[in-house]
Design a protein around this ligand. Sequence first.
Ligand code: APR
Length: 240
Amino acid sequence: MTGQSEQSIVVLTGAGISKESGLDTFRDADGIWSKVNIEDVATPEAFQRNPQRVQEFYNSRRMQLVNSNVTPNAAHIALAKLEREWHGIVTIVTQNIDNLHELGGSENLIHMHGELLKARCATCQITHSWQKNLSIKTTCPSCSERNTLRPHVVWFGEMPLEMDKIHRRVDECSLFISIGTSGNVYPAAGFVQQAISAGARAVELNLEPSEGATFFSETRYGAATDIVPAFIDEVLENGL
Ligand code: APR
């Protein structure tokens, strides 16, 4: 039995946690992949084949974050409260590339699929905070090379970021919470099994059962802005 102070928590989030903030998910009926093909916009081959098409796909999603009033919702805010008030380490591992966890107050955050508001140079490999459009005419602010900046986003076929750190945190956690993800994409979809075999309590909070629902010791279904704050208050009140 770990002591109170070692009771760490890992929270995995997906597009469903940002849905009520106005951002589309990927695999819901009206999701992003129902409107555009992954192969055309979210693979290294797509970028090689037609960089402008890929840049435009991310430009429109980046402008939605920058220009419209997309704000964190009660679920993001509840996770920041958990991080502030829980006695152990709370790590948010998000598949999302939006900045709503940051805006909601989370600090111990890993963006395993990258970040929409960052751009990376293929020549100097430097990553820049980026709030504008990217195009084949854009030059890198560090090395001044032209047409070398890409979205700092992990495409299908690429390795997600900070996997060693994520695996360590999952191995050490006493509670693993999965929120707003369909459990379709690995390695994220496999974290629950790793947590369970490390002896953690595993809870799924989602609108409907995910592909991995049967791996969880507990599941609660409903809108994230309802079930996440309620669950977080229970954990803070009653412990793990
Ligand atoms: N509250 C809670 N869950 C919700 C809500 C809501 N309001 N709305 C939708 N959901 C759930 C859906 O039921 C679904 O299970 O969120 C999940 C979203 O699943 P996906 O659209 O597949 O998104 P995600 O799991 O984050 O996708 C993983 O796939 O395309 C790649 O890189 C992309 O990071 C993404 C990864």
